[in-house]
Design a protein around this ligand. Structure first.
Ligand SMILES: C[S@@+](CC[C@H](N)C(=O)[O-])C[C@H]1O[C@@H](n2cnc3c(N)ncnc32)[C@H](O)[C@@H]1O
Length: 404
């Protein structure tokens, strides 16, 4: 359970670093170069899959560390080219009943106008109240846990928090749509020189964070409070389903970056693909994501915007725009151990997310009832476990610079 900042309209949380809740889930090995003081404060996540199977990197012998480094390097290389399949993974259906237990929630659909907690409730899930309805996904505890698992998955796949060349002593950093703030907190830990600001519609960030990290509840699609030419680096991750007007946001980012400053987006294109034809177009998982796309389109979100972001940055006036694509495996089919773990995490994250991802787009956008959504999800959850499907989702890392 997270502590909520007291002032839910504009919340600024700063405090001594000693008790930061920033952490990699204990089952994840922070990659080399990303070791942080807060590692010792790591708290385990209760529903992380196979939470006891992975030994922290610093507890490995030198030989084991060398082997882990090699596996990490191979993972980064394969994820950007072609992922080797573990032929053994096709044999058994890798089924885990634990993945399917939290599908149906008993609470009836209610709407609550609370001025105390500033949250809205719908279809048994909790949503943000500030600018109510702008964002279509919940912010409750299980969703926050899922977001932190996503962070762990991303860091294990990419082996780093960012790709933009921001140097060793960056100054002002902004994280748009910071969510639980886990990326912002780890950036604060990694760069003591930096002032990291995380902005989100939801006041769900921890109170105890490094002294150089602040959070603010605000809408990044509204005018910004900080002056033009202020930030050295602006970052956004998993925000494709959040932003309505990307060209406008990119102009805003350009204005508020210092000349020579960097913008980076880390976005997953949520349309599953495969290199070997093992996922037919009518596979329930492919159909599910197509429905999410339709539902988001109906509420004004371009879910395919990931594919246009680099061009949008160029059109906004950015230079040195580069795109790097990683393939995020779904399931345990990769042969490489790091990618197998990433795939296990990503599938678990998608399974946990089956309901919270679908509810907003399908009920708000396509006007389905909650019951219709739940019935549809039965086949989707089962299909995520199809061991013969070697699917992945492309992760786009797009970096761009404001001209000097
Ligand atoms: C999928 S989460 C990603 C969180 C975080 N970036 C991460 O990678 O861990 C998207 C976040 O964007 C926030 N968001 C959506 N629309 C926003 C807006 N207009 N202004 C600020 N935050 C927004 C949501 O509240 C949510 O926390």
């Amino acid at each position: 359970m997270r502590n909520l900042p007291n002032d839910s309209a504009i919340s600024v949380a700063t405090a001594a670093a000693a008790a930061s809740s920033s952490a990699y889930p204990s089952s994840i090995t922070p990659p080399p170069g990303e070791r942080r003081a807060s590692d010792d404060r790591t708290k385990s996540k209760s529903n992380s899959p196979q939470a006891t199977q992975f030994t922290p990197y610093h507890e490995l012998s030198p030989e084991e560390q060398a082997a882990q480094d090699l596996e990490n390097e191979a993972a980064v290389a394969q994820a950007q080219a072609s992922i080797d399949i573990d032929s053994g993974s096709d044999v058994a259906s890798v089924s885990d009943a634990g993945y399917e237990t939290d599908s149906l929630r008993s609470a009836a659909s209610t709407s609550l106008s609370s001025s105390v907690r500033d949250f809205a409730f719908e279809n048994g899930r909790r949503y943000h109240k500030f600018r109510e309805g702008a964002y279509n996904f919940p912010n409750d505890d299980s969703e926050q846990e899922r977001e932190d698992m996503k962070h762990a998955m991303m860091v294990n796949l990419c082996q780093k928090l960012h790709f933009a060349p921001i140097g060793d002593n960056p100054g002002n950093i902004l994280d748009i749509g910071t969510g639980t703030g886990i990326w912002a907190i780890e950036m604060g830990d990694l760069y003591p020189s930096a002032n990291v600001l995380g902005i989100d519609l939801s006041p769900i960030q921890p109170e105890w964070v490094p002294p150089n990290v602040k959070f603010m509840v605000d809408d990044v699609e509204s005018p910004w409070l900080r002056p033009p030419n202020h930030f050295d680096y602006i970052h956004g991750r998993h925000t494709v389903m959040a932003i309505r007007d990307w060209p406008k946001l990119m102009r805003q980012v350009l204005t508020h970056l210092k000349p020579g400053g960097w913008f980076e987006l880390q976005e997953i294109h949520h349309f599953p693909q495969c290199h070997d034809g093992s996922m037919p177009p009518n596979h329930p998982v492919a159909e599910y994501w197509s429905l999410i796309d339709q539902g988001l389109a109906a509420v004004g979100i371009n879910f395919k915007a990931v594919l246009e972001m680099a061009d949008m940055m160029r059109e906004a006036g950015f230079v040195n725009v580069t795109t790097r694509i990683f393939h995020v495996p779904i399931g345990v089919w990769p042969k490489n151990k790091v990618l197998k773990m990433v795939g296990m995490y990503w599938r678990e994250i998608l399974l946990m997310g089956a309901e919270p991802i679908a509810l907003g787009p399908l009920t708000r956008g396509l006007k389905w009832s909650r019951e219709e959504v739940e019935v549809h999800l039965v086949a989707v959850r089962k299909a995520y476990m199809d061991a013969w499907v070697h699917s992945h989702m492309p992760l786009h890392i797009i970096c761009a610079q404001k001209p000097e």
